[in-house]
Design a protein around this ligand. Structure first.
Ligand SMILES: [Zn+2]
Length: 317
């Protein structure tokens, strides 16, 4: 018997191949793609796939296949490719009655152009190359959490009734991240889910930054990490506080403020400078400390504006 263990703990019921622990579906394809052995094994796999389809059996969990061509096919229940390893999977114009399950699968090409899926699509934790869902209709969620997408994505004209989820999804190509997160953002906007709109907006902007030339990409880093593209007001506050205390410490170390003695007085000086009320009383010593204090004053005004902008965006719409 084949020793492949399914996710639910069951063991595969197929006959194992000679000199192997696995059945024809679960055995690895030979490494050398040009060899006779590869051809022979692949033909046997294709026969097995056809045999299963003719019986209406779409459980391909853990299967190792070269090509799965289900174009135009009509499936009553789920199609299960959980943990499968496949070079090319095509469901173009196919109809899937319930769910398309691809959790943990490794697939180089996912071609779902014009597919109709009544239930959810799950690529959670999958490792995939290119993904195309253009013109697809999906009745439930399309979930790609924790997945790794190495290639391009296409969701043009795709109609997803519930959510398109790319939480913690890794993209190798920034353009793919931009496209995926933009589509997910638009769907969340229509659902009125603001927290998720912010999440995808941030990731979309991050992807756009990564597509710019190296100098601008670098200069925009603080815009992403400190201002969080207006999505994270608490990051602005944290940066502000960190700067106020660090500068207070620098003034204190260099004894850079006249009339100030204790660290508390230095912190007071730093706060008064960053908030720019200019009470007097303490004066930075000429040279570097005046320069630092000027910087702090400008920084403070700028951060105040940034804080109001991000805070308003987050809480006042
Ligand atoms: Zn098996």
């Amino acid at each position: 018997m084949c020793e492949y263990k399914f996710r639910n703990g069951d063991i595969c019921q197929e006959e194992a191949l000679q000199n192997s622990k696995y059945c024809i579906l679960h055995i690895d394809l030979p490494e050398d793609k040009k060899s006779e052995e590869f051809k022979r094994i692949n033909e046997l796999k294709e026969e097995k796939v056809k045999e299963k389809i003719s019986k209406g059996d779409f459980n391909f969990e853990g299967a190792k296949l070269l090509v799965v061509d289900f174009n135009g096919l009509s499936v009553k229940g789920d199609v299960n490719f959980i943990n499968a390893v496949i070079a090319y999977v095509s469901f173009a114009e196919a109809k899937i009655g319930v769910c398309a399950l691809f959790e943990g699968a490794e697939i180089d090409w996912v071609w779902f152009w014009g597919v109709k899926i009544s239930g959810t699509v799950r690529f959670i934790g999958a490792k995939i190359g290119h993904v195309y869902f253009n013109y697809a209709t999906i009745g439930g969620n399309a979930r790609f959490e924790e997945a790794e997408i190495r290639g391009m994505v296409g969701f043009e004209r795709a109609e997803i009734k519930k959510k398109l989820i790319f939480k913690n999804t890794k993209f190798r190509i920034p353009m793919a991240q931009e496209e995926a997160c933009r589509k997910a953002k638009i769907i969340c906007e229509n659902l009125g889910n603001r927290a998720d709109v912010d999440y995808y907006f941030y990731r979309e902007m991050e992807a756009r930054r990564k597509q710019k030339n190296p100098i601008i990409r670098f200069l925009e880093l603080p815009v992403q990490y400190i201002f969080g593209y207006g999505v994270h007001p608490w990051r602005v506050i944290a940066t502000w506080l960190l700067t106020v205390f660090s500068l207070a410490f620098v003034y204190w170390l260099g004894n850079g403020v006249e009339a100030a003695d204790s660290l508390v007085e230095y912190i007071y000086f730093s706060v008064v400078t960053v908030a720019t009320p200019g009470y007097g009383g303490y004066h930075p010593k000429p040279g570097i400390y005046q320069g630092l204090a000027s910087f702090e004053a400008i920084f403070g005004t700028f951060m105040w504006a940034a804080f109001i902008a991000t805070f308003a965006r987050k809480y006042m719409r």
